[in-house]
Write a protein that binds this ligand. Structure first.
Ligand SMILES: Cc1cc2nc3c(=O)[nH]c(=O)nc-3n(C[C@H](O)[C@H](O)[C@H](O)COP(=O)(O)OP(=O)(O)OC[C@H]3O[C@@H](n4cnc5c(N)ncnc54)[C@H](O)[C@@H]3O)c2cc1C
Length: 291
């Protein structure tokens, strides 16, 4: 056992280990030695555990120094992996982050937002993860560390590879989400549709980051849609068509939605999702652009 762990082992029925290291080096060393289930808020991990199939070893990352909190500098906003949605809601951030804050307020309930973390949302890689579209619209990157290979940084669009699938290796942890400084004046918005108003899995959600020039024309646009494909998608054709347009001239066509491939499921049909995405894109763009 490595030193400085708060460790609880119940060897009565199962050999259940719960490690809570307080520094990154110890955590990464631990991942070399045993197949731990990494856990932060546990709001995705615990509901997914099947009866009688509790992992035998948990590695809790919430006490690791430097993994919580938001810092700004060197052209980047660094959101520590274990930063909760409540931390994000409460943080003082530029208007470009309003869409991320709106999404944070939509993750489950206040109790879920108090425990659930930004990295947990990304690593769980659900198509309905509300954090992904606003982070794609912010051009976010994911910082990953391992004892063997040091640190690597990937675009979020490369990090999540499919339903419940990321590029993370077993000995790696996400250490932060990195967001490049956005052009001054960039604003953003997030739209979520569920089968009821609160505490609901998204049928479709959209985030838009918009910058207007001095004449009120769109100078920069990033739009991302979730729950309409295995992994949330940016809409490059829409983003390109928006450039130079005034807000009152914004239109969103079905052709703009071509990166999406929504499925039919209990929450909605693919056709319904596409209709919702088309409307949400317009609403998010107009709201982000409105002064
Ligand atoms: C009632 C309820 C409602 C919910 N509603 C929503 C919702 O509306 N929208 C939404 O998007 N989500 C929702 N969720 C899902 C969940 O709350 C979020 O995805 C949350 O952000 C997960 O964070 P966590 O810290 O709890 O993750 P955990 O459950 O601790 O971990 C999730 C995954 O990430 C991995 N992981 C965590 N941190 C790291 C790290 N630093 N490095 C490597 N791997 C890591 C874990 O191994 C696991 O695979 C809901 C969950 C519940 C229980």
């Amino acid at each position: 056992m490595l030193p400085y762990y708060h460790s609880y082992t119940n060897d009565m029925e199962v050999d259940l280990a719960f490690e809570r290291p307080d520094n990154l080096e110890l955590a990464l060393d631990a991942l070399k030695t045993r197949a731990f289930r990494v856990i932060a808020g546990g709001t995705d991990v615990f509901p997914a555990v099947q009866q009688g199939q509790l992992p035998s070893a948990f590695l809790d990352v919430t006490r690791i120094a430097g993994l919580g909190g938001i810092t700004r500098g060197d052209g980047t906003t660094r959101i520590g992996a274990a930063t909760t949605w409540t931390d994000i809601v409460r943080a003082e951030l530029p208007a470009a982050f309003d869409g991320l804050k709106e999404a944070a307020r939509e993750v489950g309930s206040v109790q879920i937002q108090n425990a659930g973390t930004i990295a947990g949302n990304l690593c769980n890689a659900s198509p309905a993860a509300d954090g992904v579209p606003p982070l794609l619209a912010l051009d976010a990157r994911v910082e990953i560390a391992s004892a063997a290979r040091g640190t690597r940084v990937l675009a979020l669009s490369q990090f999540i590879q499919g339903v419940r699938k990321t590029t993370l290796a077993e000995d790696e942890l996400v250490t932060a989400v990195l967001i490049p400084d956005q052009a001054l004046g960039t604003r953003s918005a997030f739209e979520k549709l569920g089968s009821r108003r609160y505490l609901v899995i998204s049928i479709c959600m959209t985030a838009a980051n918009i910058l207007l020039d001095a004449q009120g024309r769109i100078a920069q646009a990033r739009v991302a849609v979730g729950s309409c494909s295995a992994v949330a998608q940016r809409l490059p054709a829409l983003e390109a068509d928006l450039l130079g347009k005034r807000l009152q001239d914004v239109t969103v066509s079905t052709a703009h939605l071509s990166p999406l491939s929504p499925i039919d499921d209990v929450r909605g049909s693919g056709t319904y999702r596409l209709d919702a995405a088309q409307e949400q894109c317009k609403r998010a763009i107009l709201r982000a652009g409105a002064v």
